[in-house]
Design a protein around this ligand. Structure first.
Ligand SMILES: Cc1cc2nc3c(=O)[nH]c(=O)nc-3n(C[C@H](O)[C@H](O)[C@H](O)COP(=O)(O)O)c2cc1C
Ligand code: SF4
Ligand code: SF4
Length: 230
């Protein structure tokens, strides 16, 4: 490879544990330039340290870090009302300024590769590191009072199965393995039929597509996507 670019969302103040596992299982990448980016939903998101974590895992494989960048985006974290000030502050993102920063980021990485420059990085000591000492996923799972599939609504598309990073959801049995589940909300956020039922402290959550629909939000895509067949 000439360059490896790794992107991840920030979940629970860090890169998600399945991303950690994936990066940890990479083969040796000796001398290969690597850059990392994260998307995150809130200014308190610990995005810098999440990036450092990703680069550190790649550096352990002897890759050469050449770039890192964090892009704030509309948060896809389902809350009972999707109504916090933070959520509203990010509702217009990503915008053209975000995409300009992405373009600048890619220019900078390519320039560093051409010049053979590496990136020095170090994590910051932040109060968020104390929050991270809490078992955040476990606490969230405790707050989830119900997690199942509504058989009457389920259309059997198995999107939730594909999206679940840990194989915890079995829609045909209306069963979620709560021990395996890492509370990523991927099933809820991707079900096209509103069939994934999650109650948070007794209140039914709705997922990201439904939130976009209710708020009439359209995600702005970069101009480059018009010519992209993916
Ligand atoms: C389970 C979960 C946990 C999250 N935790 C954080 C967080 O700790 N900090 C943060 O800034 N954003 C957090 N977010 C918001 C995501 O970082 C945000 O939705 C991001 O845009 C996701 O990337 P994507 O837009 O590429 O899917 C979380 C989202 C989910 C679904
Ligand atoms: S994504 Fe929704 S509709 Fe599709 S199988 Fe899963 S629960 Fe059923
Ligand atoms: S929230 Fe849904 S997709 Fe995420 S781990 Fe749990 S069952 Fe799987």
């Amino acid at each position: 490879y000439d360059l490896i670019l790794v992107g991840s969302p920030v979940f629970y103040y860090d890169i998600p544990e399945n991303v950690v596992d994936w990066l940890s299982s990479a083969p040796k990448l000796t001398g290969i330039p690597v850059a990392a980016f994260v998307s995150f939903g809130g200014p308190e998101g610990n995005q810098h340290n999440a990036l450092c974590h990703a680069l550190h895992l790649l550096a352990e494989k002897e890759a050469v870090p050449v770039g890192m960048e964090a892009f704030r985006s509309i948060a896809a974290y389902p809350t009972p009302d999707w109504d916090s000030a933070n959520q509203k502050a990010g509702e217009h993102l990503p915008d053209e300024a975000t995409y300009n920063r992405v373009r600048e980021f890619t220019r900078q990485i390519l320039e560093s590769v051409r010049q053979g420059q590496s990136l020095a990085y170090s994590s910051e000591l932040a109060t968020r590191e104390l929050v991270r000492m809490l078992p955040l996923v476990w606490l969230n799972k405790k707050a989830i009072s119900k997690h199942t599939v509504d058989a009457a609504k389920c259309i059997g598309c198995r999107t939730c199965v594909k999206m679940c990073p840990v194989g915890a959801i079995h829609p045909e049995k209306q069963f979620v393995d709560r021990d395996k589940c890492i509370a990523c909300f991927g099933c809820l956020n991707n079900c096209p039929a509103d069939a994934v039922v999650i109650e948070y402290r007794g209140k039914r959550l709705y997922g990201f597509p439904e939130y976009l629909k209710r708020r009439k939000i359209t995600i702005l895509e970069p101009a480059e996507f018009q010519h992209c067949s993916l």
